[in-house]
Design a protein around this ligand. Structure first.
Ligand SMILES: [Cu+2]
Length: 161
C-alpha cells in the first residue's frame, strides 16, 4: 500500500519536472535564441561620496558599482570638473598604488572603500566642503559612461550598509 503511494508520488514529481523543463524551453523565445542583452554588463551605482578633504590637494572618492549582467566590465577612468585629475588607486600594505583599471565582476560588484580600492582626486579648484556635490563621470571598458553626483560628506563618513 505504502509502496504504491510512493511510486505514484515519484511519477507525479517526474511529470512536474518535465512540465517545468518545457516551460523554461518556451521562455527563451520563439526562435530559441538567448536574450542578447543577457550577455552585457548592466551597471548601477550607489553609495557614492567624497569625504571632506583637509585641503584642495587631494580627495578620496568612493562608490559601489553593481553589475547585474553576465559579463564583467572595468572601471577605466574617472573625471570631474571640480578637479584637475582623477586616478584609480588600490591600497597594498597601506601604500596607495595607481592602477589602470578596476574590475567590475559579472553578477557582482566593485566596492570602493577606505583602505582599499578608491578614486583619488587631485588638485581641486578649491577645497570641497561638506554639503556640496562633486560631479563625476565614470568611464568603463564596455558600458557607457555613468555620471554620478558625489555628495561631500564628513571626513570620517562611512555609508550605512
Ligand atoms: Cu589614493
Amino acid at each position: 500500500m505504502s509502496t504504491t503511494l510512493r511510486t505514484r508520488r515519484s511519477a507525479a514529481a517526474a511529470c512536474t519536472a518535465a512540465a517545468l523543463l518545457a516551460l523554461s524551453a518556451c521562455s527563451s523565445g520563439p526562435d530559441g535564441g538567448a536574450d542578447p542583452d543577457a550577455s552585457r554588463p548592466k551597471l548601477t551605482v550607489r553609495d557614492a561620496y567624497v569625504p571632506e578633504p583637509v585641503d584642495a590637494g587631494m580627495a578620496g572618492g568612493f562608490v559601489t558599482v553593481r553589475n547585474a549582467g553576465g559579463t564583467a566590465d572595468k572601471l577605466t577612468s574617472v573625471e570631474s570638473s571640480a578637479f584637475e585629475d582623477g586616478q584609480l588607486h588600490k591600497t597594498v600594505d597601506q601604500q596607495m598604488q595607481r592602477v589602470k583599471s578596476l574590475s567590475v565582476p559579472a553578477n557582482g560588484e566593485l566596492r570602493l572603500s577606505r583602505g582599499g580600492k578608491h578614486i583619488m582626486f587631485l588638485k581641486a579648484e578649491r577645497k570641497p566642503v561638506k554639503g556640496e556635490k562633486v560631479p563625476v563621470t565614470l568611464h568603463f571598458e564596455k558600458s557607457d559612461p555613468v555620471k554620478v553626483s558625489m555628495p561631500v560628506e564628513a571626513t570620517n563618513h562611512v555609508p550605512e550598509k
